[in-house]
Design a protein around this ligand. Structure first.
Ligand code: SF4
Length: 328
């Protein structure tokens, strides 16, 4: 090849942070740390000829540039092509559109099925696909079965459950529930006296010793904070991925952004979720991207970080209510 041109793979996207950068491989779902100098090098030299690139640097810097190129090629973040091939490799357009009004609903369970039934009847027409059912106190298997039956014949794709361990509930009972309700993706039993993962075809029954005493402590211990894929990355450019298209309904019927927050925007007994999610004060957090959140906006993880901290507006920026403990 006469003139070699440096071409960055479009699905490998560098993100600059304060002290270092990442390069996020959205197809292989991995990332690498790179120095900020390498970020700048990629930013300014993508799709230029090797000859032109090298002509910009002095002899000392050329050694570093050669090391950069060797690393980037070995990691398959770049390749070389001819000039007339460049237009065959356009950048990915960072755009995010979805056809539903709500994607995820978190419902706190109780023995009062009327609230849960009302919530389910309201969220299904809004296009919800993922449900999380959770409780800080024990829920009888028969009640759980009744709740899960509300989703039969619905368009819900996945249901995740969090409940505390009870001596009176056996693994076999949960396995029977999983076999009956095929939408269950995971049943997480917390505060158990042991840890065990039971895999059943496409579902999981996970026992964990983790104590959960408040809604702010709910998190899947096996879930990753960093999610590296095209959908997450593009959504994070426009939305706070944790809050976006999500509604939470407490056991009393309060409609919230998140069950651990005090603020309620209405109650399922008297308000319609479809009206509440149109209100700017409810959707405010949906738009609180990491890009406009202090501490996060210069973080190299800001487009792959699934962080659930509450954020509040301080007049110029959003601020996280808790200090970040995700950074590697
Ligand atoms: S929560 Fe932490 S890791 Fe995530 S984007 Fe913000 S500062 Fe970075």
């Amino acid at each position: 090849m006469k003139d070699k041109y440096l071409i960055k793979f479009a699905d490998c996207i560098p993100v600059k942070g304060d002290n270092r950068s990442t390069i996020c491989d959205l197809t292989r779902n991995t990332f690498d740390f790179i120095p900020n100098d390498m970020f700048d090098f990629l930013d300014t030299n993508n799709k230029l000829s090797l000859e032109k690139i090298m002509s910009k640097y002095n002899e000392t810097d050329k050694v570093i540039v050669s090391e950069y190129l060797e690393f980037l090629e070995k990691k398959e973040y770049i390749f070389y092509g001819a000039k007339d091939e460049i237009e065959c490799f356009p950048d990915i357009e960072i755009k995010f559109e979805k056809p539903y009004k709500l994607l995820t609903a978190i419902i706190e369970m109780s023995d009062d099925l009327s609230i849960i039934e009302s919530a389910v009847n309201q969220i299904i027409p809004l296009g919800v696909k993922y449900i999380q059912l959770r409780s800080l106190t024990n829920i009888k298997i028969e009640v759980l079965d009744k709740i899960l039956s509300l989703f039969l014949e619905s368009s819900i794709e996945r249901i995740e459950i969090f409940i505390p361990f009870s001596e009176n509930q056996t693994k076999e009972q949960f396995e029977t529930l999983i076999d009956k309700h095929l939408r269950i993706s995971t049943i997480n039993i917390f505060a158990a006296p042991f840890s065990e993962d039971i895999l059943r075809w496409r579902s999981k029954l996970l026992f964990s010793e983790k104590e959960i005493t408040s809604h702010s402590l709910f998190s899947c211990s096996r879930c990753k904070t960093f999610r590296i894929n095209v959908e997450f990355f593009t959504e994070a450019n426009f939305f706070n991925v944790y809050f976006n298209n999500k509604v939470s309904i407490s056991k009393n019927g309060d409609i919230k952004n998140c069950l651990s927050f005090d603020k309620s925007f209405g109650n399922i007994k008297s308000d319609k979720i479809s009206n509440i999610i149109k209100k700017a004060n409810f959707t405010e957090l949906w738009y609180a991207t990491k890009d406009i959140t202090a501490e996060c906006k210069t973080c190299e993880f800001r487009f792959i970080c699934f962080d659930s901290s509450d954020v509040f507006y301080n007049g110029s920026d959003y601020e996280r209510a808790e200090k970040c403990n995700h950074k590697l």
